[in-house]
Design a protein around this ligand. Structure first.
Ligand code: KIV
Ligand code: NA
Length: 275
Protein backbone atom coordinates (compact mmCIF):
# COMPACT_ATOMS: atom_id res chain seq x y z
CA UNK A 1 0.00 0.00 0.00
CA UNK A 2 2.62 2.53 -0.95
CA UNK A 3 2.05 3.77 -4.49
CA UNK A 4 -0.11 6.15 -6.47
CA UNK A 5 -2.23 3.28 -7.83
CA UNK A 6 -3.33 2.23 -4.35
CA UNK A 7 -4.37 5.80 -3.56
CA UNK A 8 -6.33 6.00 -6.80
CA UNK A 9 -8.04 2.73 -5.89
CA UNK A 10 -9.07 4.21 -2.54
CA UNK A 11 -10.78 7.12 -4.33
CA UNK A 12 -12.55 4.76 -6.71
CA UNK A 13 -13.77 2.55 -3.87
CA UNK A 14 -14.75 5.47 -1.66
CA UNK A 15 -12.27 4.62 1.08
CA UNK A 16 -11.22 7.85 2.77
CA UNK A 17 -7.53 8.71 2.75
CA UNK A 18 -6.07 9.77 6.11
CA UNK A 19 -3.03 11.99 5.60
CA UNK A 20 -0.96 13.64 8.32
CA UNK A 21 2.21 15.67 8.48
CA UNK A 22 5.31 14.39 10.28
CA UNK A 23 8.77 15.91 10.45
CA UNK A 24 11.14 13.46 12.07
CA UNK A 25 11.76 9.84 13.05
CA UNK A 26 9.42 9.49 16.06
CA UNK A 27 6.50 11.44 14.57
CA UNK A 28 6.65 9.48 11.30
CA UNK A 29 6.96 6.20 13.17
CA UNK A 30 3.89 6.97 15.30
CA UNK A 31 1.94 8.08 12.22
CA UNK A 32 2.79 4.85 10.41
CA UNK A 33 1.89 2.74 13.45
CA UNK A 34 -1.42 4.61 13.72
CA UNK A 35 -2.31 3.60 10.16
CA UNK A 36 -1.92 6.95 8.40
CA UNK A 37 -2.18 6.40 4.61
CA UNK A 38 0.00 9.31 3.47
CA UNK A 39 2.66 11.14 5.48
CA UNK A 40 3.52 14.68 4.42
CA UNK A 41 6.79 16.26 5.41
CA UNK A 42 5.22 19.68 5.00
CA UNK A 43 7.09 22.94 4.95
CA UNK A 44 4.77 23.79 7.85
CA UNK A 45 7.78 22.41 9.73
CA UNK A 46 9.14 25.95 9.46
CA UNK A 47 6.39 27.11 11.77
CA UNK A 48 5.60 24.17 14.05
CA UNK A 49 9.11 22.73 14.43
CA UNK A 50 11.58 25.50 13.61
CA UNK A 51 9.62 28.41 15.10
CA UNK A 52 9.48 30.73 12.09
CA UNK A 53 6.44 32.96 11.50
CA UNK A 54 5.91 31.62 7.99
CA UNK A 55 7.04 28.85 5.67
CA UNK A 56 9.16 31.08 3.41
CA UNK A 57 12.32 30.62 5.49
CA UNK A 58 12.38 26.87 4.95
CA UNK A 59 15.23 25.71 2.71
CA UNK A 60 15.79 22.70 0.44
CA UNK A 61 18.34 21.43 2.96
CA UNK A 62 15.74 21.70 5.77
CA UNK A 63 13.31 19.61 3.72
CA UNK A 64 15.96 16.99 2.97
CA UNK A 65 17.11 16.84 6.60
CA UNK A 66 13.57 16.30 7.93
CA UNK A 67 12.44 14.19 4.96
CA UNK A 68 15.24 11.69 5.54
CA UNK A 69 14.39 11.42 9.23
CA UNK A 70 10.68 10.90 8.51
CA UNK A 71 11.56 8.26 5.90
CA UNK A 72 13.60 6.33 8.47
CA UNK A 73 10.58 6.38 10.79
CA UNK A 74 8.03 5.32 8.16
CA UNK A 75 9.52 3.05 5.51
CA UNK A 76 6.21 1.49 4.53
CA UNK A 77 3.98 4.56 4.18
CA UNK A 78 3.48 6.78 1.10
CA UNK A 79 5.72 9.74 1.91
CA UNK A 80 5.32 13.18 0.35
CA UNK A 81 7.87 15.98 0.79
CA UNK A 82 7.09 19.66 0.13
CA UNK A 83 9.22 21.63 -2.30
CA UNK A 84 9.95 24.75 -0.24
CA UNK A 85 9.48 28.41 -1.13
CA UNK A 86 11.64 29.55 -4.04
CA UNK A 87 12.76 26.08 -5.11
CA UNK A 88 10.35 25.55 -8.03
CA UNK A 89 9.95 28.97 -9.64
CA UNK A 90 12.24 30.74 -12.07
CA UNK A 91 14.36 28.50 -14.27
CA UNK A 92 12.46 25.26 -14.87
CA UNK A 93 15.65 23.19 -15.22
CA UNK A 94 16.89 24.47 -11.87
CA UNK A 95 13.49 23.47 -10.43
CA UNK A 96 13.98 19.98 -11.86
CA UNK A 97 17.47 19.75 -10.35
CA UNK A 98 16.08 20.84 -6.96
CA UNK A 99 13.30 18.26 -7.22
CA UNK A 100 15.70 15.48 -8.18
CA UNK A 101 17.88 16.30 -5.19
CA UNK A 102 14.98 16.25 -2.71
CA UNK A 103 13.45 13.13 -4.29
CA UNK A 104 16.68 11.12 -4.38
CA UNK A 105 17.99 12.12 -0.98
CA UNK A 106 14.76 11.69 0.99
CA UNK A 107 13.51 8.58 -0.79
CA UNK A 108 10.00 10.07 -0.82
CA UNK A 109 7.25 8.65 -3.03
CA UNK A 110 6.22 12.12 -4.26
CA UNK A 111 6.93 15.85 -4.00
CA UNK A 112 4.29 18.52 -3.35
CA UNK A 113 4.24 21.91 -5.09
CA UNK A 114 1.96 24.82 -4.24
CA UNK A 115 0.06 26.58 -7.01
CA UNK A 116 -0.86 26.21 -10.69
CA UNK A 117 -0.21 28.54 -13.68
CA UNK A 118 3.58 28.44 -14.32
CA UNK A 119 3.94 25.64 -11.75
CA UNK A 120 1.93 23.34 -14.05
CA UNK A 121 4.89 23.22 -16.45
CA UNK A 122 7.16 22.13 -13.60
CA UNK A 123 4.64 19.43 -12.61
CA UNK A 124 4.65 18.09 -16.16
CA UNK A 125 8.46 18.03 -16.34
CA UNK A 126 8.81 16.32 -12.95
CA UNK A 127 6.21 13.71 -13.85
CA UNK A 128 7.93 12.98 -17.18
CA UNK A 129 11.22 12.65 -15.32
CA UNK A 130 9.66 10.06 -13.01
CA UNK A 131 8.91 12.12 -9.93
CA UNK A 132 5.28 11.77 -8.82
CA UNK A 133 3.78 15.16 -8.04
CA UNK A 134 1.18 16.26 -5.49
CA UNK A 135 -0.60 19.52 -6.32
CA UNK A 136 -1.74 22.05 -3.69
CA UNK A 137 -4.44 24.64 -4.45
CA UNK A 138 -6.63 27.07 -2.49
CA UNK A 139 -4.80 28.78 0.34
CA UNK A 140 -1.10 28.63 -0.49
CA UNK A 141 0.86 29.40 2.69
CA UNK A 142 4.01 30.18 0.67
CA UNK A 143 2.20 33.16 -0.86
CA UNK A 144 0.51 34.36 2.35
CA UNK A 145 2.55 37.56 2.10
CA UNK A 146 0.88 38.40 -1.20
CA UNK A 147 -2.57 37.13 -0.17
CA UNK A 148 -2.43 39.38 2.90
CA UNK A 149 -2.47 36.55 5.42
CA UNK A 150 -4.04 33.13 5.83
CA UNK A 151 -7.51 33.60 4.31
CA UNK A 152 -10.18 31.32 2.88
CA UNK A 153 -9.82 31.11 -0.91
CA UNK A 154 -12.26 30.48 -3.78
CA UNK A 155 -15.24 32.23 -2.21
CA UNK A 156 -16.40 34.01 -5.36
CA UNK A 157 -17.81 32.26 -8.44
CA UNK A 158 -14.92 33.70 -10.45
CA UNK A 159 -12.24 32.40 -8.06
CA UNK A 160 -14.02 29.05 -7.79
CA UNK A 161 -14.09 28.66 -11.56
CA UNK A 162 -10.36 29.42 -11.77
CA UNK A 163 -9.62 26.86 -9.05
CA UNK A 164 -11.58 24.14 -10.86
CA UNK A 165 -9.66 24.89 -14.07
CA UNK A 166 -6.36 24.84 -12.13
CA UNK A 167 -7.24 21.46 -10.63
CA UNK A 168 -7.91 20.04 -14.09
CA UNK A 169 -4.63 21.51 -15.37
CA UNK A 170 -2.69 19.89 -12.50
CA UNK A 171 -4.31 16.55 -13.26
CA UNK A 172 -3.53 16.92 -16.97
CA UNK A 173 0.09 17.72 -16.10
CA UNK A 174 0.31 14.39 -14.28
CA UNK A 175 -0.34 15.22 -10.63
CA UNK A 176 -1.17 12.04 -8.70
CA UNK A 177 -2.87 13.73 -5.75
CA UNK A 178 -4.37 17.15 -5.04
CA UNK A 179 -4.45 18.98 -1.72
CA UNK A 180 -7.11 21.69 -1.29
CA UNK A 181 -6.53 24.09 1.56
CA UNK A 182 -9.07 26.45 3.14
CA UNK A 183 -11.83 26.70 0.54
CA UNK A 184 -15.64 26.47 0.85
CA UNK A 185 -16.85 22.88 1.15
CA UNK A 186 -19.13 23.26 -1.89
CA UNK A 187 -16.14 24.11 -4.08
CA UNK A 188 -14.07 21.24 -2.63
CA UNK A 189 -16.95 18.85 -3.43
CA UNK A 190 -17.09 20.21 -6.98
CA UNK A 191 -13.33 19.81 -7.53
CA UNK A 192 -13.38 16.29 -6.08
CA UNK A 193 -16.00 15.33 -8.65
CA UNK A 194 -14.25 17.17 -11.49
CA UNK A 195 -10.93 15.30 -11.33
CA UNK A 196 -10.19 11.59 -11.21
CA UNK A 197 -7.11 11.89 -8.95
CA UNK A 198 -7.65 11.71 -5.16
CA UNK A 199 -8.40 15.07 -3.53
CA UNK A 200 -7.26 15.65 0.04
CA UNK A 201 -8.77 18.52 1.98
CA UNK A 202 -7.60 20.69 4.86
CA UNK A 203 -10.24 23.19 5.86
CA UNK A 204 -12.21 22.07 2.82
CA UNK A 205 -15.12 20.15 4.33
CA UNK A 206 -15.96 16.45 4.43
CA UNK A 207 -16.69 15.73 0.76
CA UNK A 208 -13.10 15.29 -0.46
CA UNK A 209 -11.45 11.88 -0.87
CA UNK A 210 -9.43 12.37 2.29
CA UNK A 211 -8.16 14.77 4.94
CA UNK A 212 -4.79 16.14 5.95
CA UNK A 213 -3.89 17.94 9.16
CA UNK A 214 -0.73 19.10 10.87
CA UNK A 215 0.72 16.69 13.44
CA UNK A 216 1.34 19.35 16.07
CA UNK A 217 -2.22 20.68 15.67
CA UNK A 218 -4.08 17.40 16.18
CA UNK A 219 -1.90 16.54 19.17
CA UNK A 220 -1.80 20.09 20.62
CA UNK A 221 1.95 19.85 20.71
CA UNK A 222 3.35 23.37 20.91
CA UNK A 223 1.73 26.65 21.72
CA UNK A 224 0.80 28.06 18.33
CA UNK A 225 -2.65 29.25 17.28
CA UNK A 226 -5.01 26.53 16.01
CA UNK A 227 -7.04 27.34 12.88
CA UNK A 228 -10.85 26.88 12.83
CA UNK A 229 -10.65 23.74 10.68
CA UNK A 230 -8.55 21.73 13.17
CA UNK A 231 -9.82 19.14 15.61
CA UNK A 232 -7.37 18.18 18.35
CA UNK A 233 -7.32 14.58 19.50
CA UNK A 234 -4.86 14.77 22.38
CA UNK A 235 -3.40 17.26 24.85
CA UNK A 236 0.19 16.24 24.21
CA UNK A 237 1.73 19.61 25.01
CA UNK A 238 0.08 19.81 28.45
CA UNK A 239 1.10 16.22 29.18
CA UNK A 240 4.69 16.89 28.19
CA UNK A 241 4.90 20.10 30.20
CA UNK A 242 3.60 18.28 33.28
CA UNK A 243 6.23 15.59 32.83
CA UNK A 244 8.98 18.14 32.40
CA UNK A 245 8.02 20.23 35.42
CA UNK A 246 7.74 17.13 37.63
CA UNK A 247 11.28 16.22 36.54
CA UNK A 248 12.54 19.69 37.44
CA UNK A 249 10.92 19.66 40.87
CA UNK A 250 12.14 16.14 41.68
CA UNK A 251 15.72 17.07 40.78
CA UNK A 252 15.49 20.16 42.95
CA UNK A 253 13.95 18.20 45.84
CA UNK A 254 16.52 15.41 45.54
CA UNK A 255 13.70 12.93 44.82
CA UNK A 256 15.36 11.87 41.57
CA UNK A 257 17.41 9.77 41.02
CA UNK A 258 16.25 7.03 43.39
CA UNK A 259 18.16 3.89 44.36
CA UNK A 260 16.92 1.93 41.36
CA UNK A 261 18.47 4.45 38.98
CA UNK A 262 22.00 4.26 40.36
CA UNK A 263 25.00 1.99 39.70
CA UNK A 264 26.95 0.29 42.47
CA UNK A 265 30.67 -0.42 42.91
CA UNK A 266 31.49 -3.75 44.63
CA UNK A 267 32.63 -3.58 48.28
CA UNK A 268 36.18 -4.96 47.65
CA UNK A 269 36.77 -2.46 44.87
CA UNK A 270 35.59 0.29 47.17
CA UNK A 271 38.05 -0.80 49.88
CA UNK A 272 40.92 -0.72 47.38
CA UNK A 273 39.85 2.72 46.29
CA UNK A 274 39.92 4.04 49.83
CA UNK A 275 43.19 2.18 50.56
O1 KIV B 1 3.06 22.08 4.96
C1 KIV B 1 1.97 21.54 5.24
O2 KIV B 1 1.74 21.08 6.37
C2 KIV B 1 0.96 21.43 4.19
C3 KIV B 1 -0.38 20.92 4.58
C4 KIV B 1 -1.09 21.93 5.37
C5 KIV B 1 -1.16 20.48 3.40
O3 KIV B 1 1.25 21.79 3.08
NA1 NA C 1 3.16 22.95 2.88
Amino acid sequence: MKNTASLLKMKKEGEKIAMLTAYDYPSAKLAEEAGVDVILVGDSLGMVVLGYDSTVNVTIDDMIHHGKAARRGARDTFLVVDMPFGSFHGDIHQSLQNAIRIFQQTGAEALKLEGADEVVDVMRLLTRTGIPVVAHLGLLPQTAGVLGGFKVQGKTAHAAHKLIEDAKACEAAGACLLVLECIPYQLAREVTAAVSIPVIGIGAGADTDGQVLVYHDILKYGSHHLPKFVRSYAETGEMMKNGLSTYVSEVKAGAFPAEEHRFTMKEDELQQLYG
